[in-house]
Design a protein around this ligand. Structure first.
Ligand SMILES: [Zn+2]
Length: 370
């Protein structure tokens, strides 16, 4: 089983542990007290650390660098966050972790954030982004059908009728869309069903998750003549397209206007609250984790209003500090930066294209490396 660079935690009472470590131990279900004790045992006996040290284990990881990463993050993720031990922040260790991210994501993390801080995304973009979340749907099934019909029609229009039929059959049989409190996400659980869990009823969120579901179908499940997909790394590239489609084609989707795709708005419409929160944490941080949590909370209120719960704010706070110590403000998990960078890159790709319908189909089929 591959150990992905995911951002999920498992929580037990007030304890949390990164799923990556749990996967590594080959334990998927820690929901009982007994299993929880087992987790402690694996830590105490050094079993977990041995796996992180063992060079022969590298092939269990989606990318060989993740083993080093989990090893370096062990004092923060296991000792501080799971065992509540008083381990101090280590700037040298932080730099090493960040160097892995820079290498993996092929970015200069500090440079990107410095540039962003100098030229923040405009208030106008932020207003447009917030406004786009005002399109709510009444019926989750109807809204899902609205988007999928748009995609089927688009595929047929672009001579991909075979893929359109296969996608329709698959989605009718396997797709499950439901509400859940907290965070929206899509996943492929044990079977081959695709679950989408939505915490709100906005079209942009639903479309975003459906793009993931379609992408994954064509990447992992669909077998068709001449169908070869780009073999890029999912951790790096899976957010840009979902955000671009949800924001730039929202009106086209709502009116099933396929040809309107060609005249998509070239201006930025998506606002990355993540990088904005990073920037604010760097500007206004303190040594007090509670203060930093409040910063995240206040910032998120600007986007979520009364939908923001303490639980959700905590989820994001943890997400930013993933792999790092709470008592620092310069190092954050840069996957969030990929929302910002990935969107810019996909927008440039579409702006440079004079056949956007074709490009959109190629992207959904994962023929294009994103
Ligand atoms: Zn997403």
């Amino acid at each position: 089983m591959a150990v992905w660079l995911n951002y999920g935690y498992l929580t037990y009472w007030d304890k949390q542990v990164l799923k990556n470590y749990v996967y590594l131990l080959g334990m998927k279900n820690l929901a009982t007290k007994k299993k929880m004790e087992k987790m402690h045992q694996h830590i105490q006996t050094g079993h977990l650390m041995n796996l992180l040290d063992d060079e022969a284990m590298w092939y269990h990881f989606e990318d060989y660098r993740f083993q080093d990463l989990l090893h370096l993050a062990y004092p923060y993720e296991i000792q501080v966050k799971f065992l509540n031990q008083g381990i101090s922040n280590d700037p040298e260790r932080n730099d090493k972790i960040l160097a892995i991210f820079d290498d993996f994501f092929e970015i200069d993390y500090r440079k990107v954030l410095e540039e962003y801080k100098k030229s923040p995304q405009s208030q106008e973009t932020k207003d447009t982004f917030v406004h786009s979340h005002e399109y709510h749907f009444d019926d989750i099934k109807d809204a899902t059908k609205l988007f999928l019909d748009f995609v089927y029609d688009l595929f047929v229009d672009q001579w991909h009728e075979v893929e359109a039929i296969a996608l329709r059959e698959y989605m009718e049989e396997k797709l499950r869309v439901e509400y859940t409190a907290g965070i929206s996400w899509s996943t492929v659980p044990d079977g081959d069903e695709i679950y989408i869990q939505l915490w709100n009823s906005t079209l942009t969120t639903l479309i975003h998750e459906l793009v993931h579901a379609i992408n994954r179908y064509f990447r992992y499940t669909y077998v068709g003549k001449n169908h070869s997909v780009c073999d890029d790394n999912l951790t790096k590239s899976n957010e840009g397209l979902a955000n671009y489609v949800a924001h730039h084609f929202l009106k086209n989707i709502m009116s099933n206007d396929i040809d309107g795709v060609e005249s998509a708005n070239p201006d930025p419409l998506f606002f990355s609250m993540y990088i904005d929160i990073y920037a604010d944490l760097q500007r206004y941080w303190s040594i007090d984790p509670k203060h930093n949590f409040d910063l995240v909370y206040q910032k998120m209120l600007e986007f979520e209003w009364d939908l923001l719960s303490d639980k959700k704010a905590k989820f994001y706070y943890e997400r930013f500090y993933k792999f790092f110590h709470y008592e620092q403000h310069t190092h954050f998990y840069p996957k969030e930066m990929m929302y910002y960078l990935g969107y810019q890159w996909v927008r440039e790709l579409f702006n440079a294209s004079n056949n956007k319908k074709r490009l959109l189909v190629e992207c959904l089929l994962w023929h294009v490396c994103l």
